[in-house]
Design a protein around this ligand. Structure first.
Ligand code: PMP
Length: 295
């Protein structure tokens, strides 16, 4: 599903076939989840194939490594060039790009010496943030920011996400919405959260969430469109009288939420601010112009 016999990936300075790539089973990343990764989208835009927010993603990859002490030497510009080469070599346009920084053999709980980079990509549907999600409040909380580096995209952190999404699916929902350790709304397992109430958007403040690149894009869109937006602690009770809500993330794009714990929102998705943000985001990733008339 992710690769075929012809797929090319980047591994430690070389482009090689995915089927010929191998790794060390004694890798610290495999045993302890000590590695860092990114999830990046490329779109077939009006101006050719473009990686959306490439600089922000590769800067975050470097920052994730720096935050946890993984020595990672690549420059952002170099990483962007590798990603574009990877797309060309695999003839991809609408694609998902996955760089992974992983560590060499190390069974001790110390910082690694050998660090490697793998980057791969696979075809991803055209813009797909259209169907509405049914979410449930998760029994899993987001991790305590004093126990991990919450702002880094470290592989091991995703055990929490896998547990939450799997639980939601078993319960018949599309995905989960998680609270933080203080009982405030935090985020979905792989996306940030916004809700609408009386013409204003609200999103959880930073501190207990991964501050997503898409979240920042949404904040910028709101500033441009003069949509009021407030970053604050959101209590779960506040979800009950919200007019609407959406998730946002590189993979999720802007995904409207139909209901949380089977309770629908007051407004139809098509009538809410989320639709406007979704349309503006879609135009931005596809490099189309967007016009918005405030009625
Ligand atoms: N939160 C978590 C936990 C995530 O894994 C992601 C996906 N990277 C996001 C939020 C959204 O981040 P971004 O918009 O940078 O993709």
């Amino acid at each position: 599903m992710y690769y075929s016999n012809d797929t090319i990936l980047f591994l430690n300075g070389k482009f090689i076939k995915a089927v010929d790539a191998h790794t060390d089973l004694y890798s610290q990343t495999l045993h302890y989840g000590f590695g860092a990764f990114e999830g990046i989208r490329a779109y077939n835009t009006l101006n050719g194939v473009k990686i959306f927010k490439a600089r922000e993603h590769f800067d975050r990859l470097k920052n994730s490594c720096a935050l946890v002490g993984i020595p990672f030497q690549y420059e952002t510009e170099e990483l962007i060039q590798i990603a574009y080469q990877l797309l060309r070599k695999n003839d991809l346009s609408d694609a998902y790009i996955r760089p992974l920084v992983y560590c060499g053999p190390q069974m001790s709980l110390v910082r690694p010496q050998d660090v490697y980079l793998m980057m791969c990509a696979w075809e991803w549907d055209k813009y797909h943030g259209d169907s509405l999600l049914k979410l449930c409040l998760s029994s899993y909380q987001r991790p305590n920011p004093n126990s991990i580096k919450i702002e880094s995209k470290v592989t091991g952190h995703y055990v929490n996400s896998v547990l939450a999404t799997s639980e939601a699916k078993v319960r018949g929902y599309d995905d989960a919405l998680m609270l933080d350790m203080n009982g405030f709304v935090a985020e979905a397992p792989g996306a940030n959260f916004f809700m609408e109430k009386e013409g204003t958007l609200y999103t959880p403040a930073t501190g207990h969430i991964l501050p997503g690149i898409t979240r920042q894009t949404v904040l910028n869109i709101c500033r441009e469109l003069e949509i009021p937006v407030v970053e604050k602690n959101i209590k779960p009770e506040e979800l009950e009288d919200a007019d609407g809500a959406f998730l946002c993330g590189t993979a999720a794009e802007i995904a409207g939420i139909e209901s949380i714990d089977a309770k629908p929102f007051r407004k139809e998705w098509a009538d809410g601010l989320g639709t406007t943000v979704q349309e503006a985001y879609k135009c931005q990733v596809l490099e189309k112009s967007f016009s918005y008339v405030i009625i």
